[in-house]
Ligand binder design. Structure first.
Ligand SMILES: *Cc1c(COP(=O)(O)O)cnc(C)c1O
Length: 354
């Protein structure tokens, strides 16, 4: 029940429900797509060094980190093409506020990251959902019809399916004058980022995060890449909320992570390998799933319902995620853990399935 003091807006909110963060450390946690490997050691050293200056406010413009991000992506981008926020969730929220209007319905897929409808409602932006195709791929034609703006994740969540770049381009090109917000939270586990399209399309904003591929979910750093004008507008929105959202430790840790590409290449490769091996083993046990280009599997068993599987895995100390949307209520979204964790998942599932 909202407080009787709640504003009219606050009374109508339906907040996003994050995956559980269980207190019990012994659980095998495969429910929120965190990276099973630790961040690179140099990241922790950089954070410890930055702690010496906690007395001081952080750089409100995140200049050093923005430069480092631009350098890492190349494609002719500079710090002026980078906006940094407190996790990509915040970057997405600022983007909804910065680029979408109450008078003009935006579109996103019916099955996608469940924060999008939450932001749309918070900022009174009307939206229309475009159903995914029966095989859960994106309906490119449907996403290309006129609208007030477009939002989609690539690879999509929770389906783990990546839309090939030529089709991403088609959607971006179909909306000149409207912003296409492309959430690439999982692209490092997939094939081809759309960052290279930014110089060609001033309406494309690509949002990325250090949470998944760079094992820094607890640090809260995300960013957007796009035309300088888009970035300037995002900074105007940010500076109207809080000029210092990204703290000193987060800026230092994220910048250090960008210098450790060899380490991250190895851990990402390990996750991809474990993902593909686990998928093959699970398919042999009667699970169906689309090919994953992310760090999770979106699976359904031919015989046993997802609710039952989820409950029985939990009893055995393994936590996975399920969504209640009708089209996908019989599916589990399982984060790819270490080889050992996935081995435990598979052996418990074998027992459950008899
Ligand atoms: C995890 C996730 C995010 C949020 O990432 P943070 O940077 O941790 O806020 C955004 N979009 C999608 C699709 C995600 O799965």
């Amino acid at each position: 029940m909202p407080s009787p003091y709640a504003s009219r807006l606050a009374k109508t909110l339906t907040p996003y429900v994050p995956g559980e963060q269980p207190a019990a450390r012994r659980l095998i946690k495969l429910n929120t797509n965190e990276n099973p490997y630790p961040p690179a050691p140099a990241v922790l050293e950089a954070i410890a060094a930055a702690a010496g200056d906690l007395r001081l406010y952080p750089d409100p413009g995140c200049a050093a980190l923005r430069e480092a991000i631009a350098r890492r992506h190349g494609c002719g981008l500079t710090g002026q093409n980078v906006f940094v926020g407190n996790g990509s969730d915040e970057v997405l929220a600022f983007s909804f506020l910065a680029f979408f209007d109450p008078g003009s319905p935006i579109v996103f897929p019916d099955i996608t990251y469940s924060f999008y409808p939450v932001f749309a409602k918070l900022f009174s932006i009307p939206y229309r959902t475009v159903p995914l195709n029966p095989d859960f791929t994106l309906d490119v034609h449907g996403m290309s019809s006129p609208s007030g703006g477009v939002v989609f994740a690539n690879p999509n969540a929770p389906t783990a399916i990546e839309l090939p770049l030529p089709q991403v381009r088609r959607i971006v090109a179909a909306h000149p004058g409207k912003v296409v917000l492309l959430d690439e939270a999982y692209i490092e586990f997939g094939n081809e980022s759309a960052v290279r399209l930014i110089k060609e399309y001033p309406n494309l904003l690509v949002v990325k995060t250090f949470s998944k591929s760079h094992a820094l979910a607890g640090l809260r750093v995300g960013y957007a890449l796009g035309d300088e004008g888009l970035i300037k507008t995002l900074n105007d929105v940010k500076d109207s909320f809080n000029s210092y959202p990204v703290d000193r430790l987060a800026q230092a840790g994220a910048a250090a992570a960008l210098c450790e590409e060899a380490y991250y290449k190895k851990t990402i490769e390990a996750i991809r390998k474990t993902r593909d091996q686990s998928a093959a083993a699970l398919k042999a046990m009667g699970f169906m799933m689309p090919d994953s280009n992310a760090n999770f599997l979106f699976m359904q068993h031919e015989r046993v319902h997802a609710i039952e599987l989820m409950r029985r895995l939990r009893e055995r100390g393994i936590v996975v995620r399920r969504f209640t949307l009708e089209r996908i209520e019989n599916r589990l979204r399982v984060t790819v853990g270490t080889e050992e964790q996935m081995g435990a998942l598979i052996s418990e599932l074998k027992k459950i399935l008899g």
